[in-house]
Ligand binder design. Structure first.
Ligand code: GRF
Length: 213
């Protein structure tokens, strides 16, 4: 069989720091055989550090500000339209601080993923690392999942466990989880690019290398 060479275009949506975006950029740079191509970085925040990271890497950027639209539906329609125009196959949320409604999700059905800094379904929503620390769990971690209309509730693709140490504080725990996010997210996107991710109801299977696609 011919080697798969066609690139798999993704859009990364980010509202802030963009360290996960940077991890994907770096992953592509050090893995020339990667099939991932970041076609677009979009943000709802004109000052997002993610945008300068994209610009530094020569990636097209887009800023769409929700307040410039008559409502959420119009905003999401516009965002989805611009992403489609860029020929994108997968929308990657990386610290995008907005819930997406069915208006967007029905355009990209099962083609939106997110990374969350806890072992879902525990500790959904904001400050998941702090929630886990305060609860007193002994392990936490990060989860990459498909996005559905709920809060951090879509089918789980992959998780990485991170131990909570006796001398941790919420910041040190968050830092060690973030290190694992940066490893896990590009790896999962590469699986998606290679058609290795199979969704069966809520269960996701990762096809082994060499399995017939
Ligand atoms: C990460 O902790 C991610 O898990 C969560 O938002 C944060 C984004 O960080 N969804 P960054 O902008 O990628 O640095």
């Amino acid at each position: 069989m011919d080697k798969q060479t066609e690139k798999y275009k993704i859009a990364v949506l980010a509202s802030g720091r963009g360290s996960n975006l940077q991890a994907i950029i770096d992953y592509i740079a050090i893995n020339p055989d990667s099939l991932i191509e970041i076609a677009l970085v979009a943000s709802d925040q004109p000052g997002a550090q993610a945008l300068s990271r994209a610009e530094a890497a020569g990636i097209p950027t887009l800023v769409l500000i929700p307040g410039d639209y008559p409502g959420k539906a119009a905003y999401e329609q516009s965002l989805a339209g611009r992403i489609k125009e860029a020929g994108v196959e997968l929308v990657v949320l990386a610290g995008f601080m907005r819930m997406l409604s069915p208006v967007f999700l029905e355009i990209f059905t099962n083609r939106v993923v997110n990374i969350h800094p806890s072992l879902l379904p525990a500790f959904v929503g904001l400050e998941a690392q702090k929630q886990a620390f305060r609860y007193g769990v002994k392990v936490s971690g990060c989860t990459v999942h498909f996005v559905d209309i709920g809060m951090d509730s879509g089918p789980i693709i992959a998780q990485q466990v991170v131990p909570v140490l006796d001398d941790d504080d919420p910041e040190s725990l968050a830092g060690r989880i973030l290190e694992q996010e940066h490893i896990l997210y590009p790896r999962v996107i590469e699986w998606l690019a290679r058609g290795r991710v199979q969704l069966e109801g809520r269960r996701v299977r990762i096809k082994r290398l060499g399995d017939q696609i």
